[in-house]
Design a protein. Structure first.
Length: 291
């Protein structure tokens, strides 16, 4: 499976901050926002990842992440000239995807919960159609909403409905088989001129090839698209990290745990950041690694 992080958009809801910097580079507590969706793909076992962003912001992402080799990844970059919809990611990334399945994660989404890596890897192992990830919310009218029948099968998808059929929001993480490239090529722009991810999902649903995986109790899904949600996400990460002495979305630690790098390589990555508590943590993890 290949991975795509869609880190485009103008971030107008975060103006004036995002006038100067991509919203995916704004920190959520102790690390750039993009670390969180990138870590999600890494936990799924995905190592070939395309970062899509605006022409102005791509050099900053390259400076931050490089080619990914220090993390045992293969990172590439592509530009989205303007926000033409989430589904455009599959057109921009068609060469990157090749003949493989693909996972798309939005660059401002944060996922955290028990057993997440195992769930992702199991789901990614054999994708036939599309797999969406649902999360129970109190305000489903703000989201794409998935309705399931009593047997748990996905039966409808609605985008920001006035009267939602369920309170199960569809999150910004999507797994697709290789058909998604052709499907994206054949959908038409919506009334707002964008290639909508919901139209891709509805195509799969019409073919009875869409399913919804619920992110259960004890799980957290956050986005960082507004000042309020950015603050909430930072507070969430700060509380967990300070109480548990672990780092959420520490990409160096994840690379070590996933076997992408060894302890020596992890320690060197931490040493580059040793002026920060984050860097010291990476070094501690590497020093305490078995063997």
């Amino acid at each position: 499976m290949k991975g795509i992080v869609l880190a485009g958009g103008s971030g107008t809801r975060l103006y004036p901050t995002s006038l100067a910097v991509s919203k995916q580079l704004i920190p959520v507590y102790d690390k750039p926002t993009i670390y969180y969706p990138l870590s999600t793909l890494m936990l799924a076992g995905i190592r070939d990842i395309l970062v899509i962003s605006s022409p102005a912001d791509l050099p900053q992402f390259r400076r931050l992440l490089g080619d990914g080799s220090s993390l045992g990844l293969n990172l590439d970059y592509a530009q989205q000239d303007r926000p033409n919809g989430l589904a455009e990611a599959f057109l921009i990334g068609s060469e990157h995807i090749g003949s493989d399945s693909v996972a798309l994660v939005l660059g401002d989404n944060i996922f955290h919960g028990p057993g997440f890596s195992a769930l992702l890897q199991e789901t990614a192992r054999d994708v036939d159609g599309c797999v969406l990830f649902g999360y129970i919310v109190t305000d489903p009218q703000r989201y794409g909403v998935g309705e399931v029948n009593p047997e748990g099968r996905l039966v409808s998808i609605e985008e920001k409905p006035n009267v939602p059929k369920s309170n199960r929001a569809i999150t910004g993480l999507y797994f697709y088989d290789n058909d998604v490239v052709d499907i994206a090529k054949n959908i038409r722009p919506s009334a707002r001129g964008e290639l909508e991810i919901t139209d891709v999902n509805l195509t799969y649903l019409a073919e009875d090839r869409a399913r919804l995986v619920d992110l259960g109790r004890g799980f957290t899904w956050l986005d960082t698209g507004t000042p309020e949600s950015l603050l909430t996400a930072s507070q969430y990460v700060q509380v967990l990290e300070s109480r548990q002495h672990v780092r959420i979305a520490c990409i160096e630690e994840i690379a070590l745990h996933m076997g992408y790098i060894d302890a020596d390589a992890c320690h060197r990555l931490g040493a580059r950041l040793a002026g920060s508590e984050y860097g010291k943590y990476v070094q501690e993890v590497a020093s305490g690694w078995p063997g």
